[in-house]
Ligand binder design. Structure first.
Ligand SMILES: Cc1ncc(COP(=O)(O)O)c(C=O)c1O
Length: 428
């Protein structure tokens, strides 16, 4: 059982980052770091197939033994280390109550933001810790001074919460949200960028680009979309809910104006943790949702005025980053894609099966979408669970219809074999 004592063992690295409460469970992470170091010269694609390397990482999680969970797209379980440290943290806050909020919270929050900004690839002055992607992106959508007739380009495959926020702005101030169609298997990045470009008019103010589409698992060329849009004088908001800590990138690589991500997805941080990024020179023009007179208009902290909220969750972000970095971002990305390809390549050979996720490496990650001829997505997902105790989710949407299958770092190859067997049986 992890206790506060265990976490203190790893204090040095994080106190260097200015974090006074470094609740890190040492043993598991040490073990992963040693294994990673031994493979520092090995190509991450090769490590992705090295089952011995992934064994302690699988063991770091505690999935239910009662079903096979291939629905890790909603949110990620926390590794046991993070979960136990979270309980420890909650106990600490519960014990010292407002002494924590009044004496320690601001300092720790600032230190955590420095750590997180460094991890995310931006300045702490451009970053806000939020509860999730929805809060981050909807704050920006409602905070932008868009006027009647201003156009915003979205797609039929963007996430509902953002599309609904734009629809509300349409009803409220008369902005014009446009929804474009995207192919499931684009020929190349230029085809995707071209579709966004064609939709731009002199009235276009903003493009919403979903970096990794939750419905199909397709990765969009976010940087190329930003470059094209900026050349046309249009801003870009990136929905990185699924790409952050999944694909190996930094916010600075994309060159976007705004970005939102959920840390409870692929960073495996506690539920209710996310980030909002706003490029420095854009901060001034975005209204904070709750109003704030205490901070300058160009101070990102004007968005941090949200009332009393649970600090223990936020503190665990440091632990989650450390777990992620012990594995290595590129190794993790390659493993997740390998797991998707493992089942998808085998399932694709079965008659009547269609994979609705692109195959090229740069167009996909862990999420895959499968259709089985003659069965609706709901029937397929129901049969996987009722007949084989394999949990997936049915996707019924405008352009993507199938079952989303999402393995995680804790997924074992034998479980994917069972899934492929189930596909074959359901089909017949
Ligand atoms: C592409 C995309 N954007 C945004 C969200 C919203 O994330 P959250 O519920 O953490 O705000 C999701 C959730 O699955 C998503 O898939």
């Amino acid at each position: 059982m992890a206790t506060r004592r265990h976490f203190l063992k790893k204090a040095a690295a994080f106190s260097a980052a200015g974090l006074a409460f470094p609740y890190l469970q040492a043993d598991t992470i040490d073990q992963i770091e040693i294994a990673a170091k031994a493979r520092s010269d090995v190509d991450p694609k090769t490590v992705a197939r090295d089952e011995e390397f992934w064994r302690p990482i699988q063991a770091a999680f505690d999935p239910s033994p009662h079903f096979i969970n291939l629905e890790n797209g909603y949110f990620s379980p926390q590794p046991k280390t993070t979960l136990e440290a979270l309980a420890d943290n909650q106990q600490m806050v519960n014990r010292i109550t407002s002494l924590y909020m009044r004496r320690h919270m601001t300092e720790e929050h600032t230190a955590l933001k420095r750590l997180l900004a460094d991890f995310a690839g931006c300045s702490p002055e451009e970053l806000v810790i939020t509860r999730n992607t929805t809060e981050s992106l909807d704050t920006i959508i409602h905070g932008l001074d868009l006027k009647k007739g201003d156009e915003v380009i979205t797609t039929h495959q963007d996430y509902g919460s953002m599309l609904e926020a734009f629809d509300q702005q349409s009803r409220r101030v008369g902005i014009v949200p446009k929804r474009i169609s995207l192919p499931l298997h684009p020929k190349n990045d230029e085809e995707v960028v071209g579709l966004f470009e064609e939709a731009i008019t002199p009235k276009t103010k903003l493009i919403l680009a979903t970096h990794l589409i939750n419905l199909s698992g397709q990765v969009l060329p976010a940087k190329k979309i930003c470059d094209m849009a900026h050349a046309r004088g249009v801003e870009v908001m990136v929905d990185a809910a699924h790409s952050f800590a999944h694909l190996d990138f930094k916010i600075s690589d994309l060159g976007c104006d705004y970005l939102g991500a959920s840390l409870h997805k692929w960073l495996s941080a506690p539920l209710g943790t996310g980030i909002m990024y706003i490029k420095q020179e854009k901060i001034e023009k975005i209204w904070p949702l709750f109003g704030d007179k205490g901070k300058a208009k160009d101070d990102i902290r004007k968005f941090e005025h949200i009332g009393t909220s649970p600090p223990a969750n936020y503190l665990m972000i440091a632990n989650a980053i450390r777990f992620h970095e012990a594995i290595g971002a590129k190794r993790k990305e390659e493993r997740l894609r390998y797991l998707k390809n493992y089942w998808a390549e085998r399932a694709a050979k079965i008659d009547g099966v269609t994979i609705n996720t692109p195959w090229p490496d740069h167009q996909c990650g862990a999420l895959g979408n499968i259709s089985i001829e003659g069965l609706t997505p709901n029937e397929t997902a129901r049969r996987f669970y009722d007949d084989y105790r394999i949990f997936t989710v049915a996707i019924n949407s405008h352009e993507v219809n199938g079952v989303r299958v999402t393995p995680h770092l804790y997924t074992r190859i034998a479980e994917l074999d069972k899934f492929v067997e189930a596909v074959g049986r359901i089909k017949n």
